[in-house]
Design a protein around this ligand. Structure first.
Ligand SMILES: [Ca+2]
Length: 215
């Protein structure tokens, strides 16, 4: 019992000393925050970064992002905090472009895709900016879907600065039918944020949908 009382006193005394020690500066008075530069009130007048709880932060971390003495925000999901205090997509993050569905035209310029009138046997080849290539499994359908095959990978920076290219074929025994030649598409920031994009009719397709997920 004596030992417990002694321990409590010791802890209390230590706590008091710590508080007194850091509060000696006068104006600050708060507990020490090694990240923040303490001021009585944080504003554009005295803070180039961002303010949170009256404390000025540099404004360049994901948890405290901002500039001009405005309230700090947080960057989350695919976003990171840039040096100018704004959140944006991490340019170095890798994304997977995955074709998930396509709608094939009902005929091949007026002829049936296959001699026996069966649906086309669809394969999508996608080339991501940077050179990664994905080839889907073959699916016999006018509305083929894929989940695991055919994805390719690139950084956000590459997706947003160069085009993605895709083409579709109807795989046949003798020779393949072209559904589309090489079609290019420039992925946008909105596409990545939305996690996908649906493109409309082009050549032998009525549409195709890609998903974008962080690798
Ligand atoms: Ca065919």
């Amino acid at each position: 019992m004596k030992k417990i009382i002694a321990l409590v006193i010791a802890v209390t005394a230590t706590g008091c000393m710590t508080t007194n020690g850091s509060g000696g500066g006068g104006t600050g008075g708060g507990l020490g925050n090694t990240q923040g530069n303490q001021t009585a009130s944080c504003s554009a007048a005295n803070c180039a970064g961002c303010c949170s709880g009256g404390v000025c932060f540099a404004g360049n971390t994901n948890s405290t992002c901002g500039a001009g003495g405005k309230l700090c925000g947080a960057c989350y999901g695919p976003d990171v905090c840039f040096t100018d205090g704004t959140c944006g997509l991490d340019p170095a993050a890798k994304w997977i472009a995955q074709p998930v569905s396509a709608q094939i035209a009902s005929s091949n310029n007026g002829s049936s895709w296959d001699g026996d009138g069966s649906p086309p046997d669809v394969i999508v080849t996608t080339t991501c900016p940077g050179g990664s290539i994905g080839v889907t499994a073959q699916v016999e359908s006018y509305n083929p879907t894929w989940a695991q095959t055919g994805g390719c990978t690139a950084t956000a920076q590459d997706f947003l600065s160069k085009d993605l290219t895709f083409s579709l074929i109807d795989s046949d025994v003798a020779f393949d039918d072209t559904i589309t030649g090489n079609v290019t598409y420039g992925v946008t920031t909105a596409d990545l944020r939305a996690g996908g994009v649906s493109l409309g009719a082009v050549q032998g397709i009525n549409g195709i949908t890609y998903t974008f997920t962080l690798k």
